[in-house]
Write a protein that binds this ligand. Structure first.
Ligand SMILES: Cc1cc2nc3c(=O)[nH]c(=O)nc-3n(C[C@H](O)[C@H](O)[C@H](O)COP(=O)(O)OP(=O)(O)OC[C@H]3O[C@@H](n4cnc5c(N)ncnc54)[C@H](O)[C@@H]3O)c2cc1C
Length: 385
């Protein structure tokens, strides 16, 4: 049995931020992460293959020093204080750049007619990261001692025993699954509440009312899918378009430029990304059709130059078992509108802390966002330190 002061469950940006602060304050902790990578909903990759005419698989890698494409979150907003502080703290100011939005936006109606010069859909000026949003999590990871983090380690049971919390988790060791236990004074649940309800058993059981409440918190963006098309040249800019488009016909509902500007070389290419408007249940098992239809749609919008992408990627978050549950299969899950940040579980006293972005205070609208993930971590740290 491992003994520690604090167990953090979940290695997304929120759990990693908590871990980094505990490390700075000399408090013992262990972080367990179910996936074999850290970052959770944050996923950025470099696609530095050269133009290919064959159908070989693209090989995403990640190097924070190269421009990267975001398959999860892309943006944070000017004025988001916690994100601005994090940029300074992790020394990442040189990587921040504004979303490109110069040029005409486009609108497609249900009949496929395209209107130019459409207004109000650009994300121009919103902050992006040159090495992708993953720069935040890789910088946090660098600042945390390796032996405090366990990847491929899924929490299964949280049990209150004699003033301590015993958490059982399954750890992958090659092809074997080993079950181990951690005894801690506090447990921080840094994952979406719905996911906690579906992956973790609580002993004693939480009340039925609480289980229902927690299941009602939609996981932000869990039902969505992102489509990315990478090109050798930013031909849409050369044609006077911003890369922003809205469609009533689909399958992509909303398109934006995903390149890093200024791009210091053409090696990593230029890209457009879109949110797919097809519901998750229809996307499942129809990936190829959706990819083909999305690629055709880019040609409708931007002409024949769009017909030869270097790489195309569909990242379907609804199929990710450590992000989405059965009830997240709809894309309508909005920001929560009540106060999970106040929840305490009497049976676990104040030793069980709900954290992660979904638990940020809904009154300032940051819950669900990166800003909310850091805000929730800071609230958690106030309870821990
Ligand atoms: C497509 C998409 C686009 C988005 N766009 C934006 C954007 O532009 N701007 C913005 O601000 N936000 C955006 N978001 C939201 C943003 O990604 C989240 O706010 C943020 O990443 C949440 O971080 P987190 O640490 O709270 O949760 P998560 O990143 O979900 O981390 C939870 C972690 O817990 C792990 N886990 C789950 N179950 C267990 C278990 N039983 N045991 C151990 N580990 C477990 C998961 O693997 C995961 O790593 C977007 C999200 C998506 C999916």
């Amino acid at each position: 049995m491992i003994n520690t002061d604090v167990l953090i469950i979940g290695g997304g940006i929120s759990g990693l931020h908590t871990a980094y602060q505990l490390e700075k304050n000399g408090i013992s902790f262990v972080l367990i992460e179910a996936r074999d990578r850290l970052g959770g909903r944050i996923l950025s990759a470099n696609y530095d293959s050269k133009s290919r005419d064959d159908n070989s698989e693209c090989n995403p890698t990640y190097n924070a020093n190269k421009p990267a494409y975001d398959l999860g979150p892309s943006w944070f907003w000017p004025g988001q204080k916690n994100m601005e502080i994090l940029v300074q703290e992790l020394d990442l100011a040189d990587s921040v750049f504004p979303q490109q939005g110069n040029g005409e936006s486009l609108y497609e109606n249900q009949q496929g007619d395209i209107q130019r010069g459409f207004h109000g859909i650009s994300m121009q000026g919103i902050y992006r990261m040159k090495g992708g949003i993953r720069q935040f999590t890789s910088e946090l990871e660098k600042r945390i001692a390796n032996n405090n983090i366990k990847k491929s380690a899924q929490a299964n049971t949280i049990e209150y025993q004699n003033n301590q919390i015993i958490t059982s988790f399954t750890e992958k060791n090659g092809s074997e699954n080993l079950t181990s236990q951690i005894s801690s004074n506090k447990v921080v649940i840094a994952l979406p509440p719905r996911l906690a309800m579906s992956t973790i058993e609580f002993k004693p059981l939480l009340s039925e009312t609480r289980i229902k409440e927690l299941n009602n918190y939609a996981t932000w963006m869990a039902g969505h899918a992102k489509f990315l098309a990478i090109y050798d040249k930013p031909f849409w800019i050369e044609q006077g378009f911003s890369g922003d488009a809205i469609s009533q016909l689909g399958p992509i509902r909303e398109i934006h430029d995903a390149s890093s500007y200024p791009n210091d070389s053409d090696e990593n290419g230029y890209a457009l990304f879109g949110f797919i408007g097809v519901p998750a249940s229809h996307r499942k098992n129809n990936e190829k059709e959706i990819i083909n239809a999305a690629a055709d749609q880019l040609v409708r919008f931007f002409g024949k130059d769009a017909a030869k992408p270097r790489d195309i990627v569909l990242q379907d978050w609804a199929q990710e078992k450590y992000t989405a549950t059965e009830i997240d299969q709809s894309m309508n899950g909005g920001h929560a509108t009540s106060s999970i940040y106040n929840f305490t579980e009497s049976v676990f006293k104040d030793q069980l802390i709900w954290s992660g972005t979904e638990t940020a205070d809904h009154r300032n609208g940051s819950n669900g966002l990166l800003e909310g993930a850091i805000e929730a971590s800071k609230r958690t740290l106030n309870l821990l330190l």
